[in-house]
Design a protein around this ligand. Structure first.
Ligand SMILES: *[C@@H]1O[C@H](CO)[C@@H](O)[C@H](O)[C@H]1NC(C)=O
Ligand SMILES: *[C@@H]1O[C@H](CO)[C@@H](O)[C@H](O)[C@H]1NC(C)=O
Ligand SMILES: *[C@@H]1O[C@H](CO)[C@@H](O)[C@H](O)[C@H]1NC(C)=O
Ligand SMILES: *[C@@H]1O[C@H](CO)[C@@H](O)[C@H](O)[C@H]1NC(C)=O
Length: 403
C-alpha cells in the first residue's frame, strides 16, 4: 500500500512535468476549457431556447443550505399552444447542467420534444454548475464544494421539485439521467417527494456500482480514495487544472487514447453527432465537488449505496461507526417508473441495473415498471443521441401520457 502511494505520487509529479512540457503540442478537447469563456449570466432562455422559437421563463429555487438553482420553464410548444399536460422536471447527471439537454436540434432534444407533446417543461441546473450560485458563499469558499450526492438528494431535488409544485399545483413527472436518477431513487426510498411525484423516468439509472467494468473508472476511484490527492482541490473540473491532470494521469497509466478518453468512462457512445463535438465542449462539462467523486468511489469500492463515509468521523456525523445505508427497496411498488438502460453503458452497468431490478425492485408492480433496453446505447447516448427520440423519448412520452 505504502509503496503504491509512492508510485502514485511519483507518477503524478512526472505527469505534471509531462503535461506542462507537452502543452504546446497537445491540443485535444480535454485541454480546452471554453466553459470559462462563456459568459456566466443566466441567459439560458435567451441563448438556447428562445432562439429555437420557444417561449421560456427563467426561475430560481433556493435549497435549504443556500444554493440558488437555475431553472428554465418551457410553458408551451413551438406552435405557441400552452401546455395542457402535467409538469415534467428534468435533472441532468454528473459534470453536467440543464443546457446539456438543449445541444441538439429541437427535434432531437428532450425538453423541446416534451414541450411539443404538450408537457409543461422545467429544466434544472444543480449546484456546482455555472448557472447556479449561493446566497452567501462563492466558488472560492470551501463550503461551496462541501457536498456530495447526499446533499443533492436531500436539498437540491426537494427544492426544485417543491418549487415546480408551488407554481403548478400539479404532481410532477420526473426525468433524471445518471446521478439525476440516483438522487431520485434515494429521496423516494426515504418517502420524500412521493406526494408531489406522479411518475419518474430514469435514464442510465445509477444505484449499485459494484460491477463497473471500466478500468479507467476503477483506477479513478482508487486514486480518489488514496489520501495523497490533496493537490486535487475541492472543486473538480475535468477540462482544466488538477481535474485535467488527474485524467491525464489515468490516460498515461492505462495507455489510453486521449482523443476518446470519455468513452473509456461512459462506454462507446453510439449515436452522438460527432460533427457537433466542439459545440458540446463549449457548454460541457461542468464542475462537481471532489467530495462527490469520492462518494461515488466509495460506492464502487465497497459496493454499497450509503451516505458519505467520513471514516473515523462517522460517529460525529451519524452517531454510528458506518455511514447509514440507503434502502432502495423502500421505494413504493406502485410508483410508476420508466427505466432507460443501455447495454454498453459503462457507468450504469447492466449487471448493476439487474441487481436493482432483481433485488430492490423485485416486488415492484409489473405494470408500473417500463423498461427500455437498448443494445447499442452507452451513457451519453441517452442525452445527446441523434436517434434518442425514437429509441427513448417517444416511449417516454407514451409512458407519461399513460400516467
Ligand atoms: C486547438 O483547439 C481549439 C479548440 O478545439 C481550436 O480552436 C484551435 O484551432 C486548435 N489549435 C490548433 C493549433 O490546432
Ligand atoms: C422537426 O419535426 C417537425 C414536426 O414533426 C417537422 O415538421 C420538421 O420538418 C422537423 N425539422 C427537422 C429539421 O427535421
Ligand atoms: C407532502 O408531504 C410533506 C411531508 O412529507 C408535507 O410537508 C407536504 O406539505 C406535503 N405536500 C403536499 C402537497 O401534500
Ligand atoms: C449533426 O450536426 C450537424 C452540425 O451541427 C448538423 O448539420 C446535422 O444536421 C446534425 N445531424 C443530425 C443527424 O442531427
Amino acid at each position: 500500500m505504502a509503496s503504491s502511494k509512492v508510485v502514485n505520487l511519483l507518477s503524478i509529479v512526472l505527469l505534471c512535468i509531462t503535461i506542462v512540457q507537452g502543452r504546446k503540442t497537445l491540443n485535444t478537447s480535454i485541454e480546452f476549457s471554453p466553459s470559462s469563456l462563456v459568459n456566466n449570466d443566466d441567459g439560458v432562455c435567451k441563448s438556447m431556447i428562445e432562439t429555437q422559437g420557444y417561449t421560456c421563463e427563467e426561475h430560481k429555487a433556493t435549497t435549504s443550505d443556500g444554493f440558488i438553482l437555475s431553472i428554465q420553464r418551457l410553458p408551451a410548444g413551438r406552435s405557441g399552444e400552452k401546455a395542457n399536460k402535467p409538469p415534467v422536471l428534468i435533472h441532468h447527471g454528473l459534470f453536467s447542467d440543464g443546457v446539456s439537454w438543449l445541444l441538439n436540434s429541437p427535434n432531437e432534444s428532450l425538453p423541446f420534444i416534451l414541450a411539443d407533446s404538450g408537457f409543461d417543461v422545467w429544466l434544472v441546473s444543480g449546484r456546482g454548475s455555472k448557472y447556479s450560485s449561493h446566497i452567501s458563499l462563492t466558488p472560492n469558499d470551501l463550503g461551496y464544494w462541501d457536498w456530495s450526492w447526499d446533499e443533492l438528494a436531500r436539498n437540491d431535488l426537494p427544492a426544485s421539485m417543491q418549487y415546480v409544485y408551488d407554481h403548478t399545483s400539479q404532481k410532477i413527472q420526473y426525468v433524471g439521467h445518471s446521478q439525476g436518477s440516483l438522487i431520485a431513487f434515494v429521496a423516494f426510498s426515504q418517502g420524500k417527494l412521493l406526494n408531489i411525484t406522479r411518475s419518474a423516468a430514469l435514464l442510465s439509472p445509477i444505484a449499485h456500482m459494484r460491477h463497473i467494468t471500466s478500468v479507467a473508472t476503477k483506477l479513478a476511484a482508487e486514486l480518489l480514495l488514496a489520501d495523497d490527492l490533496r493537490w486535487l482541490g475541492i472543486k473538480f473540473l475535468p477540462t482544466s487544472g488538477p481535474g485535467s491532470w488527474f485524467l491525464n494521469l489515468i490516460c498515461e497509466r492505462l495507455h489510453l487514447d486521449r482523443a476518446i478518453l470519455m468513452s473509456y468512462f461512459t462506454g462507446p457512445n453510439y449515436c452522438l453527432n460527432t460533427s457537433r463535438e466542439q459545440y458540446y465542449l463549449e457548454h460541457e462539462p461542468q464542475a462537481t465537488s471532489t467530495k462527490n467523486l469520492i462518494h461515488f468511489s466509495q460506492m464502487i469500492r465497497k459496493g454499497t449505496i450509503a451516505k458519505y463515509d467520513y471514516g473515523i468521523f462517522n460517529w460525529q456525523h451519524y452517531g454510528q461507526l458506518l455511514p447509514p445505508d440507503y434502502d432502495l427497496s423502500q421505494i413504493p411498488n406502485d410508483l410508476p417508473l420508466f427505466l432507460g438502460i443501455g447495454k454498453l453503458d459503462m457507468l450504469s452497468d447492466e449487471e448493476d441495473v439487474n441487481d436493482l431490478l432483481n433485488f430492490e425492485f423485485k416486488n415492484h408492480d409489473a405494470n408500473k415498471l417500463v423498461k427500455v433496453v437498448l443494445e447499442n446505447y452507452a451513457h451519453t447516448d441517452f442525452t445527446l443521441g441523434v436517434k434518442t427520440k425514437q429509441d427513448v423519448y417517444d416511449p417516454m412520452v407514451d409512458f407519461f401520457n399513460a400516467q
